[in-house]
Ligand binder design. Sequence first.
Ligand SMILES: Nc1ncnc2c1ncn2[C@@H]1O[C@H](COP(=O)(O)OP(=O)(O)O)[C@@H](O)[C@H]1O
Ligand SMILES: [Mg+2]
Length: 365
Amino acid sequence: MSEQAMEEDQQSYEDINAVKTPFDVAQCDGDSLYTYLPNWLNSLTDEQIRAPPMSGNVFQQYIRQSHLESSMANSIRKMALNEDRLFTVDDFEFGRPLGKGAFGIVYLARLKKTKFICALKMLHKSKINEYSMAEQVKIETESGFKLNHPLILTMYDVFHDEKRFYFMLEYAPHGQLYRFLQKLRRFSDRLAASYIYQICHALEYCHSKSIIHRDLKPENILVDCCGNLKLADFGWSTKIRHADTMNTTACGTLDYLAPEIVGHKQYQYHVDNWCVGVLAYELLSGHAPFEGTDDETKVKIANINYTFPDYFSPLARRFIDNLLQKEPKRRMQLLDCIAHDWLQRNAYKYLFGPYKCPIYVHMDE
Ligand SMILES: Nc1ncnc2c1ncn2[C@@H]1O[C@H](COP(=O)(O)OP(=O)(O)O)[C@@H](O)[C@H]1O
Ligand SMILES: [Mg+2]
């Protein structure tokens, strides 16, 4: 990382702290909601979990709805500016930093003109060049525009200036799923299954659009104001290719790497299915299945060497075993995951709370 880029980042943090009253979406933030979500879920009766009042695939309805809303996402610029020009950073006022990415900071931001709230992910061009990641930024943009799904973070727009790229993203008020996991230490079967259920739907949709996420982990899964997941960070995503041109790039996060990536072999979309298994294990236990030093983890992954804590239910074990298969083709398919008994018996099969598309939030009202 170049010193100049680091300095710039530091400066932007200071700039933000210098703002006297950075705005915040106060009603969506705060600790109270941390405990709200699992308590609410735990209070559901078995009957409510197993026999949803609405029949059919409720998620399919949301997906159809999201296609309607995609036209909204695509016309945000028009609604927001009422002009046909590109955004510039001056169109925004900045709130608190939401997180730090590999190439820059993500800020809460709001359009000055319309008060539309979003997250602005900045990427320093100098850092992108330093790591030769230009192609990956292009793919992140393409994936962002291609995907429209209620469980995937919407990308509204991308623009750039001399120094940076800016991704204008849907704001996920609860931030990383990782924070929930840290707070609760580990999730109940119900909560873990409900979230794995949502992730399976989101990933199945990505794969149907020929996109592999490749970096699934609790840090890249965000939580919206109702407690639903928003799959985020398509910075490592790639297109599914034909068998003769499969990917071999080694990427992702060590704990979540599939054996074929660790072994530098060719791989396909099955790497995401592997990650679902690792994620299910981590949500249920609070730690990844192949934990250790980097070298230990690699060896454990290559040998599929993991054990379950006593409290894992037989169904959860079976679910995870079916995904943590060395041979990619033997790994459970996402649609089979959705139909698996562990999810069918435990997952809450709706989106939590009233489903709302991103709306204008008038802070001054
Ligand atoms: N739309 C958003 N709403 C809330 N927080 C976000 C949003 N986008 C990113 N963040 C925060 O910023 C962090 C880094 O963003 P991410 O897109 O994962 O960057 P990177 O590709 O560098 O990992 C996330 O882990 C999250 O904590
Ligand atoms: Mg990330």
